[in-house]
Write a protein that binds this ligand. Structure first.
Ligand code: OOG
Ligand code: MG
Length: 272
């Protein structure tokens, strides 16, 4: 459609990205994920954070149109270790779909990814709706279960390097998740030891306390962030709380295992 806007109206327009550009950027990150091909991050200043979330939503919408189903959300940069590793200072969130689920004990193929890394997390299962400003007791009452989890992150950007808007647009590097067994969240999870091993060698050691000082705070943050987006955490949703330690690059043939104190563990294999 021809643009009939007067210069005055153009000037009055909210400063931001054109919806057509949002769709084009969404296609770019989505195609990179689909093909496991690295792309350049968006040039500094081309995208603000709120438009980056619009790109994220549009890119995940493309997945849903291909038949994927939403299963929940993930948080990013909830620990100091992750912020330092990636040089990013703000909490972010991304959207998870069923196609990202990797069977516990199962196998992944590196060809499907750009340069995947794995990180130790906790997952929560939402039992009651949660959105907006909520308290820790409200969060506690809304959780059905907790599980040890590993996230497989795979930034679509070259060299795994990005600024905040770029990583938000790329769905917070969401790529895969491995869930251990769920158990009722009736134990104290404030400070659980977490050990991640690659081929039997301990590579990352941390505590659930590294996640915002208490992993339940990740759910307080998740409720606030989805609330700001006009959304809600719904019963049945999975929430990944964010990594407790830095992430480890994955290599062919590797066996990856996470053990979490009192919660058990999860493992998977990288095909050779
Ligand atoms: C962004 C995602 C961060 C976490 O757990 O902190 C994240 C990235 O590091 O590529 O998933
Ligand atoms: Mg993560």
């Amino acid at each position: 459609m021809p643009d009939k806007k007067t210069p005055e109206r153009n000037k009055a327009r909210r400063k931001g990205t054109d919806p057509k550009d949002i769709q084009a950027m969404a296609e770019r990150v989505d195609e990179a994920a689909r093909q496991g091909q690295a792309i350049d991050q968006f040039a500094a200043g081309t995208l603000n954070v709120s438009d980056a979330y619009a790109v994220q939503a549009a890119s995940v919408e493309r997945r849903l149109r291909r038949g994927e189903a939403p299963i929940g959300i993930k948080l990013g940069f909830t620990s100091r270790a992750k912020m330092v590793q990636m040089g990013v200072e703000d909490l972010i969130w991304g959207r998870l779909t069923d196609a990202m689920l990797v069977e516990e004990g199962g196998q992944i193929d590196l060809d499907a990814y750009v340069h995947p890394r794995v990180e130790p997390e906790l997952a929560f299962l939402i039992e009651k709706p949660l959105t907006g400003l909520v308290t820790l007791p409200q969060v506690q009452a809304a959780i059905g279960a907790v599980a040890p989890a590993m996230e497989i992150i795979d930034s679509r950007y070259r060299d795994f390097k990005f600024d905040l808007p770029s990583v938000v647009a790329d769905n917070a590097s969401s790529s895969g998740l491995v869930l251990g067994a769920w158990r009722r969240a009736d134990l104290d999870i404030a400070n659980l030891g977490m050990v991640m091993s690659l081929d039997g060698e301990v590579r990352q050691v941390g505590s659930s306390a590294a996640i915002l000082g208490h992993p339940l705070r990740a759910l307080v943050a998740a409720a606030r962030l989805v609330g700001e987006a006009g959304l809600s955490l719904r019963p049945g949703d999975v929430v990944l709380a964010g990594a407790a330690t830095a992430a480890e690059p994955l290599r062919r043939g590797q066996h990856v295992e996470l053990r979490v104190q009192h919660l058990g563990g999860a493992e998977f294999q990288v095909a050779g």
